[in-house]
Design a protein around this ligand. Structure first.
Ligand code: CA
Length: 536
């Protein structure tokens, strides 16, 4: 190769330089990539969160970068921002609701008047539980004072909620983050829309006196929940607690701790346990002998985990299932105090439930290369703040979702070289996760999947790269490698970049219609990808 061509080419540029004439920016790793736009950054923040930072960026800086992108979205189109928050939150597309509540609080505090109004009007849609409301109240104080509009927004949350649901929320969590319903009601002074609300508000702020409690189960259903909750506090036998659960549907959070050691109490709770609570208590239920191999309770649990519509209604996110699976299979808790023998049927049911929590995907029938960035940076930090869920582990799980629906899939790994992954679509999720967790660390060259496919005669209609886009090692940029691949093979191959951390970078060229940025662990992503890849 002549010296000049080596020194300057628009078709092959080392990753530590920007592609001449492009709008690339420096990433955090000493390489060049594109900056994602503020709306994509918003999606990444909503879905992936920023609380654990990345390999390169500390949590505080990452959160500030994301908040600044939110501010720019607010300035550009506040109502679009609020609508996006509602969409991601209501459909349960993100593993955690906190970023949505945080962005909504920003909009309620820092938006223009129309935006602030829209944000407060959306409060009941985004803050669906008492805990959500308390989080919002904590966040919003960082952006504004308790003016009239905000008080009214909180008042509407209480007055607008169905009394039975409100009572259930109230006995579930009375306080969180230094906020209680009493504090919130005293600030907001909601007008009670019904007598039932009125008596609920009264209980939340002052409790009921003996005379009020003595009125045996009041006729109003919402008040029965409160009455049962008060009875549970005074209960002196297991039998009474079981009765209260059976008749009044008391949630487990409302049962005094001393009774939660009883397996019989849990047997009574089990069929009524919301799925989120079920996922969180699988270990406890196994340790206390309620869930046993081939036991009737085990069958009940596996049936519930297999019911896609139930999973969907409860907004069970795949990350919650994956986290439960990763903990449960270990047979011991993080703090080591609790141990159990994992029941195989439960492990299998969790494995299957994971796939059912994604939106339905139409297979494209295309030839796909799913390429996992397994470089060192992908093994640091946590997706959505879930312990053990590194971007690397998360990307293996995401790849399996697509691999499970498509018939022509090759899964490969890369760092500064191609890495044998040893995972297959037929493998159980936790085994695949285990397989990628133990791989050695390396530098990052995101062009490798395309270079490898060209050198090995692999025909691919699309490359899906799961990465943090902190590429810097290679002698050619990923998009240049893709363009070369397209030219040499004649296949108009597409590129999907699945962003696995909430930084601002992407290896996808925003000018190229054959490239798409999506956010890892958005439950809509496998469907979005198949749409994009299947489109002619
Ligand atoms: Ca890396």
């Amino acid at each position: 190769m002549s010296k000049l061509r080596q020194l300057f080419s628009t078709r092959q540029t080392p990753q530590n330089q920007s592609i001449p004439g492009s709008s690339q920016v420096a990433n955090s790793a000493g390489g060049y990539a594109w900056a994602v736009d503020d709306w994509m950054q918003l999606d990444r923040f909503l879905v992936l969160g920023s609380e654990s930072g990345t390999y390169y960026i500390r949590p505080q800086k990452l959160t500030r970068d994301n908040a600044e992108a939110v501010l720019r979205c607010l300035a550009a189109d506040g109502r679009r921002l609020v609508a996006r928050v509602v969409e991601i939150s209501e459909h349960g597309r993100a593993p955690k609701n906190d970023p949505a509540l945080f962005v909504l609080a920003m909009a309620a505090g820092l938006g223009d008047e129309v935006t602030r109004k829209a944000a407060l009007a959306a409060l009941p849609q985004v803050a669906r539980t008492g805990t959500h409301l308390f989080h919002f109240m904590e966040f919003v104080e960082g952006f504004r004072g308790w003016g009239r509009a905000l008080r009214r927004g909180v008042a509407n949350w209480y007055a607008g909620m169905d009394a039975e649901r409100l009572a259930y929320q109230a006995v579930k969590y009375q306080q969180r983050d230094g906020w209680s319903h009493r504090d919130a009601l005293r600030l907001a002074h909601p007008q009670a829309p019904t007598d039932m609300h009125n008596r609920l508000f009264h209980w939340m702020t002052q409790g009921w006196n003996e005379a009020e409690l003595a009125e045996l189960p009041p006729e109003m259903p919402a008040l029965k929940t409160i009455w049962a909750f008060e009875q549970a506090k005074r209960a002196t036998s297991e039998g009474v607690i079981q009765k209260l659960i059976e008749v009044y549907n008391l949630p487990w959070e409302a049962i005094p701790a001393q009774w939660l050691a009883s397996a019989d109490v849990w047997r009574t709770l089990l069929p009524r346990l919301p799925l989120t609570a079920l996922l969180r208590n699988l270990a406890r239920l196994t340790a206390n002998g309620v869930l046993t191999p081939l036991g009737p309770e085990t069958q009940l649990v596996t049936e519930r985990l297999a019911d896609a519509s139930q999973l969907n209604r409860a907004r069970i996110h795949p990350v919650a299932v994956l986290a439960a699976l990763m903990t449960y299979r270990q047979g011991k808790g993080a703090r080591g105090s609790l141990t159990w023998n994992p029941v195989t049927e439960i492990v299998d049911a969790l494995d299957m439930a994971f796939y059912r929590t994604f939106q339905n995907v139409t297979p494209t029938g295309k030839r796909l290369v799913l390429a996992l960035d397994v470089s060192g940076s992908m093994s640091m930090g946590m997706v959505a703040g879930v312990p053990g869920l590194t971007p690397r582990v998360a990307s293996a799980a995401m790849a399996l979702v697509t691999a499970a629906t498509e018939r022509d899939v090759t899964v490969v790994g890369f760092s500064h070289q191609m890495v044998r992954l040893g995972i297959s679509p037929r493998q159980r999720l936790d085994d695949a996760v285990q397989a990628v967790s133990g791989l050695p660390f390396g530098a990052t060259d995101c062009a490798l999947p395309m270079v490898w496919a060209l050198e090995n005669g692999i025909a691919a209609d699309a490359f899906v790269v799961y990465t943090d886009s902190e590429t810097w090692y290679g002698q050619i940029h990923p998009v240049q490698a893709l363009q070369t691949y397209r030219q040499r093979t004649g296949i108009p191959a597409k590129l999907v970049v699945v962003g696995m951390v909430a930084n601002g970078f992407s290896i996808a060229d925003p000018q190229d219609a054959g490239m798409l940025d999506v956010v890892g662990f958005d439950t809509a992503v496998p469907a979005l990808m198949s749409d994009f890849i299947g489109r002619e």
